[in-house]
Design a protein around this ligand. Structure first.
Ligand code: KDG
Ligand code: MG
Length: 402
């Protein structure tokens, strides 16, 4: 089998997506998600200018070798843009292999370890009352696990809370919008919010929360400790984890489980976190973390240290990534949970997905390959629009993490 062509399809059904399509001489093609929110064109250019020409003529069945061709073989390695491209290539190659063997992807990853995938939903509100109401809606929809984000008194806009009644979508058209942040206000509010949520919903519901990289290690330690009585499923990204050792401080003070890694793209972002058991869940998505080939290694490494998965699944990752993640989630032993933010209906006009939600779980059918189709004619009707993630300043104007 030979790769005869490949192309990048960029479209914007409500939000931007980048898809890589690899064609073979057998007529079988593969799809990979190359979306990097707010940096879509950088990945598209990397693929078009450097990767696609090198793919032509190669045997798509040699996935391991091709992975290393684009990783070890490249002097300028790692980084979000490069790894999003490598991930998309890898995903498309696994799609081709599974289609050529006429089997769903999970069969090539060891078969099923479970029949369905536990997912968590996002609940948000501008204030505590609205937040409680939204958690209630998710519970009514059957969700067994809910991420809770809320507006903080005294702060105008905050991560995870939409400005209208629509689902939260951080990327906005044009240049980055500015948001503002006050850690002291947030730290005072978050434990009170979880106290109320537990009071209303009881002990059974799994609760998650995303700090979105905004605490220092000692602030994160305080938060994790104060949230302990509400036994969260996880506390996500309590610190910006470039400094892996920073998590030692959090661990010294608290037993609240920690999830990290949606912005990571290599096992080398995780080595201290995993070997010192400083985290409990790895979040690095297939579409940014080197695809299935690299995540298989990271997840096996994590399993030795009793660390589970909780893959990133925000709406800025396409249905191709979500479906590939579900195959992976079904197959591995150390699966924990999968993030699930349903895409807007217009996205489903472009991508035909093979998964469905029911009673707190996602189910995927047995379509060969990853199982998602891209309607290129439809995609053309939604051309790319420049959109960026916000930037964040402290209330005194100091530039901060978003
Ligand atoms: O593009 C940024 C989003 O993917 C991110 O903000 C979502 O933090 C996120 C989450 O946990 O889903
Ligand atoms: Mg997050």
């Amino acid at each position: 089998m030979k790769i005869i062509d490949a192309k990048v399809i960029v479209c914007c059904p409500g939000r931007n997506f980048v898809t890589l399509k690899i064609f073979t001489d057998t007529g079988i093609y593969g799809l990979g998600d190359a979306t990097l929110n707010g940096r879509e064109k950088a990945v598209a250019t990397y693929l078009e200018a450097y990767c696609i020409p090198a793919l032509i003529g190669k045997d798509p069945r040699n996935i391991e070798d091709l992975w290393h061709y684009f990783y070890k073989g490249v002097y300028w390695k790692r980084g979000a843009v490069t790894m999003a491209a490598v991930s998309a290539i890898d995903m498309a190659l696994w799609d081709i292999k599974a289609k050529s063997l006429n089997t769903p992807l999970y069969n090539l990853l060891g078969g099923k370890s479970r029949e369905r995938v536990l997912v968590y939903a996002h609940a948000t509100g501008k204030n505590l009352e609205q937040t409680i109401e939204d958690v209630g809606k998710k519970v009514e929809n059957g969700f067994l696990a809910v991420r809770v984000q809320s507006g903080v008194p005294g702060l105008e806009k905050i991560y995870g809370v939409s400005k209208d009644d629509k689902p939260y979508e951080p990327a906005q058209k044009g240049l980055p919008k500015e948001e503002s942040w006050d850690t002291a206000k947030y730290l005072n509010y978050a434990p009170k919010m979880f106290m109320k949520v537990r009071e209303v919903f009881g002990d059974e519901l799994h609760l998650l929360h995303d700090v979105h990289h905004r605490c220092t290690p000692i602030e994160a330690a305080r938060l994790a400790k104060e949230l302990e009585p509400f036994h969260l499923f996880w506390l996500e990204d309590p610190v910006t984890a470039e400094l892996q050792e920073g998590l030692r401080r959090v661990r010294q003070h608290s037993t609240t489980p920690i999830a990290i890694g949606e912005v990571f793209n290599s096992v080398y972002d995780y080595t201290t976190l995993i070997t010192e058991q400083l985290i409990d869940y790895i979040r690095m998505p297939l579409s940014h973390g080197g695809g299935i080939t690299h995540l298989q290694k990271v997840v096996a490494f994590a399993s030795i240290y009793h660390i589970q998965t909780g893959f990133h699944g925000a709406t800025d990752l396409s249905p191709i990534n979500l479906a590939a993640s579900l195959h992976f989630d079904l197959a591995i032993n150390n699966f924990g949970i999968q993030e699930y933010m349903p895409h807007e209906e217009v996205v489903q006009e472009v991508f035909t997905a093979n998964y469905r939600y029911a009673n707190g779980f996602l189910h995927i059918d047995d379509t060969p390959g990853i199982g998602v189709e891209l309607n290129e004619d439809k995609a053309e009707q939604f051309p790319y629009q420049t959109a960026c993630l916000p930037v964040n300043r402290k209330t005194d104007g100091t530039m901060f993490y978003w």
